[in-house]
Design a protein around this ligand. Sequence first.
Ligand SMILES: Cc1cc2nc3c(=O)[nH]c(=O)nc-3n(C[C@H](O)[C@H](O)[C@H](O)COP(=O)(O)O)c2cc1C
Length: 197
Amino acid sequence: MQIKVLAISGSSREGSFNTRLLEAAISAARAQGVEVSEVIITQLDLRTLALPLYDGDLEAASGLPEGAIVLKNALAAHHAVLIASPEYNGFFSPLLKNAIDWASRPQAGQPSPFVGKVGALLAASQGALGGIRGLPSVRQLLSNLGVLVIPGQMALPSAQKAFDTAGGLLDPAQQQMLERVVIELLNTARALQVTKG
Ligand SMILES: Cc1cc2nc3c(=O)[nH]c(=O)nc-3n(C[C@H](O)[C@H](O)[C@H](O)COP(=O)(O)O)c2cc1C
């Protein structure tokens, strides 16, 4: 059974630790595919969507921006979403919030691209808590939109010292934790597909 995962970083910063953690998770997920084609992962850079700050007047005047439609279509085309987000003062990034808000806006005749999806959350920070304080708010937001967010998650502290030159995690325990989250995401997405028939 093919599982398609949309991978999104809440930071578009060059050298972003969250993007690096996301990419380590993508490698771990690809390694889980028994066949190369079993796990398909698409990485989406939120900056490429060029979304304006959500504005109801703009939406009323011109509908959804192209970037919102791109994100909605990408979500609709995947079974699962893997998100790594920085923590800003205890919350997740405004870049991610804005993108999700735009994608949550309905379009006539189209189902929500969030409902029935499986989600997994990651965070990375140079700080000692690894950005974990930002994850409950992402979890709540996605749950409100109908995403089944798996219980397993990972926050990577001291992220500036955590990666090897190949992009993996230096600490085997952290690498294992990341793999566990990825496996839980893929297993849950598979189980949901089986239930849906
Ligand atoms: C406005 C702002 C608030 C921040 N608040 C926190 C915080 O509460 N906890 C934390 O661990 N790091 C905090 N940071 C640091 C970021 O998590 C850190 O810069 C991280 O590397 C950003 O993610 P990135 O590397 O993926 O871009 C904050 C950074 C900014 C710009």
